[in-house]
Design a protein around this ligand. Structure first.
Ligand code: ZN
Length: 270
């Protein structure tokens, strides 16, 4: 064997070993995550950056390459609200989507603009409420149940909306105090404020006046198991007060008005 052939064999062996090593690194960096797409932004001609709220690891940003080509195997799983078992690869210092096995599909062929606007608002809220690296399986399950409720029409969409707002804040730890007045401990409570109930003496002009029916409804929304939460039904007058309470809480704790929320303001809810 001449020197050239020996050198060729050595370099081929090296290339093979580097290739095997790289393959092993890529295999090791692949991981399976269960999650729901809460944001999808188009990039370049065919790519998309996704924000996926995942079980056990929280929110991650994932690049989905070529997913906008109809022939791409990532086409379906890279859409907003896709709930899948995803395989992602993080060997390039960011997550890249490899595949997605659908677990549920929401709003397929849906042309109800009110439903889609509200679902978009929910996803936006989830995105803003959850930080990267903050694992919250309870919130993820709650979001899934809310999307399912909207998709399957289990209640009128206004009710699904304020139940989502109130309960999402409770899950984040902002449970209003409901036993006595938070100002003076008087058991005679007549007003709602984001931190808790108030008696007429402690209430301010921006607090929401409550009769016993909406008071009990708020207690129910804070405590009801998530499985049956979105099926709770209320009278029209109670709905109006619950909507007000939810808005007051959102402004107080989120300190911001979401763009997607503004869209829902223009919706004719009935
Ligand atoms: Zn008081």
């Amino acid at each position: 064997m001449n020197i050239r052939a020996i050198l060729m064999r050595i370099s081929l062996t090296k290339i093979c070993s580097v290739h095997i090593h790289l393959k092993r690194v890529i295999e090791m960096s692949k991981q399976k995550v269960r999650g729901i797409v809460i944001e999808a932004s188009n990039k370049g001609e065919n790519d998309r950056w996704l924000t996926i709220l995942c079980k056990d690891i929280g929110k991650i940003s994932v690049k989905s390459r070529g997913c906008r080509k109809p022939s791409s195997k990532l086409f379906g799983c890279s859409a907003l609200f896709s709930y899948c078992d995803f395989v992602v690869d993080d060997h390039l210092q960011f997550y890249q989507l490899i595949s997605g096995d659908p677990l549920a599909r929401f709003f397929v062929g849906c042309d109800d603009i009110r439903k889609l606007a509200l679902a978009n608002y929910f996803a936006d809220m989830a995105n803003k409420m959850m930080k990267h690296g903050q694992e919250d399986n309870e919130f993820m399950y709650f979001l899934l149940k809310a999307l399912q409720a909207l998709d399957k029409n289990v209640n009128d969409i206004r009710t699904i909306g304020y139940i989502f707002e109130l309960r999402s804040l409770v899950i984040l730890g902002f449970m209003p105090y409901m036993d006595n007045c938070i100002g003076c401990s008087d058991p005679h409570i007549e007003y709602f404020s984001p931190e808790g109930m108030l008696c007429p003496n402690c209430a301010k002009s921006e607090d929401v006046q409550l009769t016993p029916e909406p008071y009990l409804a708020i207690v129910e929304i804070c405590m009801e198991p998530v499985e049956s939460l979105f099926k709770l039904k209320y009278k029209s007058a109670v709905k109006k007060i619950l909507s007000q309470c939810a808005k007051v809480m959102m402004y107080y704790y989120m300190h911001t008005c979401f763009g997607t929320y503004n869209v829902t303001n223009y919706i004719d809810w009935y």
